[in-house]
Design a binder for this molecule. Sequence first.
Ligand code: BEZ
Length: 193
Amino acid sequence: MTRIVFDTQAINKQRQNLADFDEIWVFGYGSLIYKVDFEFIECENAHISGFERRFWQGSHDHRGTVAHPGRVLTLSSIENTRCFGKAFKVKPSVFDHLDHREKNGYLRHKVAISLADTRTVQGLVYIASPDNEAYLGEASTQDIAKQIFDSSGPSGPNRDYVYMLADALRHYDEIDQHVFQIEHALNQLSKPL
Ligand code: BEZ
């Protein structure tokens, strides 16, 4: 299998030429639900169909290091399911920022985004697929939680990423068993013996 190298910025720039657009929608399913670090024209609660969040992507540059990678989210394709998130209408220049932020294995994919106000719009979503170098893949809830518990990187402790996401999902009355099970396992690891 051809594996995608760590820095996906150049590949993403070739995948879609965004220069022809005035505005583009981007779907966020991770930290973008609780923290946005770019300007946007419009923001809506949203979902995409056929995907679920999974802590299957290694993080060497945000929530871990090369020596001790953390675990961050990617999307897994699963039929008859949906993934809640937030959709942002942005200027094309925002993708320079996002491509850099998500360079550790994520590629932009075209996706239909269902907005909470009932509009469906075409947009882009970043997905880290199994053929990228940083991909870690499936593991038990316990093993994922332990790796997250033990990891920290330039963006802070890996566990904070899980806690902030879980809190944000509860805020929106969204149930995500994968995220909540890992949060529960992290709580168990935090308890004094
Ligand atoms: C996010 O929603 O924060 C996000 C997750 C993975 C890649 C890009 C964005």
